[in-house]
Design a protein around this ligand. Structure first.
Ligand code: SF4
Length: 261
């Protein structure tokens, strides 16, 4: 449609609306022929656009429809979290449900840039229903603080949501049964970086049989998200050597740098 056709269409519309008493602009304003565009020197002030000058800026403004679409999207994400957590709380998909006091779903910022994934809840976590609250959790908090982040700014969860008896490593069928929860958590958060803590978490996300000694300190990818495997804080507490502490710190420095990119 050329500018004259556009002018005519608008004119007809305005006349119709005016006849309905819903427009105050006089259509005569629109009856002038389209002005021929003349180049404007760069030093000349740009005149205010005429009512008929197509102004594309509205295309970039948020429309009420876009707002409601966004609002709806935000709601549905919230609903997905609610549904996921409710399913986990009632889950009996593996034998670990029998010994749990609480399902330890995960904690923190659900829009976090950084997610820590551990192995499974221990006794303190099982009692309180929150991951990494025991001694290992306190060490993780120190690591997060040293990275200049706050615990509440990151998201923390485990591969399995119920405590394995005697803190044993979760069995493959338990990891497989619980994996849909972790998968959906990571999908919903869509973080910039994932840090896996200890061998089981790295093996689960990276689908590898390699040990943490050879995995740590290098970048991998989980569904396009960079993954940095490092030692579990519980291992650090057991082997609190200068070498291990330095290794974890070197890994976390890489994570900090990556988050700045
Ligand atoms: S560990 Fe996971 S799969 Fe097993 S019962 Fe708990 S929530 Fe369900």
């Amino acid at each position: 449609m050329d500018s004259n056709q556009l002018r005519r269409a608008i004119l007809e519309r305005l006349r119709f609306e005016q006849s309905m008493g819903i427009v105050v602009v006089h259509p005569v304003e629109l009856e002038r022929p389209a002005a021929v565009e003349t180049p404007v020197a760069s030093t000349t002030a740009v005149p205010h656009p005429s009512p008929l000058t197509p102004d594309p800026s509205h295309l970039f403004e948020e429309t009420p429809q876009a707002r409601s679409a966004d609002g709806h999207a935000a709601k549905s994400k919230e609903a997905r979290w609610k549904d996921l957590e409710a399913r986990a709380m009632a889950c009996t998909a593996c034998v670990l449900h029998k010994g749990r006091t609480n399902v330890v779903f995960g904690v923190g910022n659900r829009s976090a840039q950084l997610v820590f994934v551990g192995e499974g809840p221990g006794a303190d976590e099982d009692r309180q229903g929150e991951p990494f609250v025991g001694r290992a959790g306190q060490l993780l908090n120190k690591i997060i603080t040293a990275m200049k982040w706050k615990r509440e700014e990151v998201y923390i969860c485990n591969v399995v949501k119920c405590r394995p008896p005697e803190n044993r490593t979760p069995l493959p069928d338990e990891v497989a049964a619980c994996n849909p929860y972790l998968t959906e958590q990571l999908e919903l958060i869509s973080p910039k970086v994932i840090v896996t803590l200890g061998g089981p978490a790295a093996k689960t996300l990276l689908k590898t049989t390699q040990g943490i000694m050879s995995l740590r300190g290098k970048w991998y990818s989980y569904r396009g998200i960079p993954v940095m495997p490092t030692y579990h804080p519980a291992f650090l507490l057991r082997s609190y050597t200068e070498e291990n502490r330095r290794a974890v710190w070197e890994d976390m420095k890489q994570v900090v740098d990556r988050l700045k990119q």
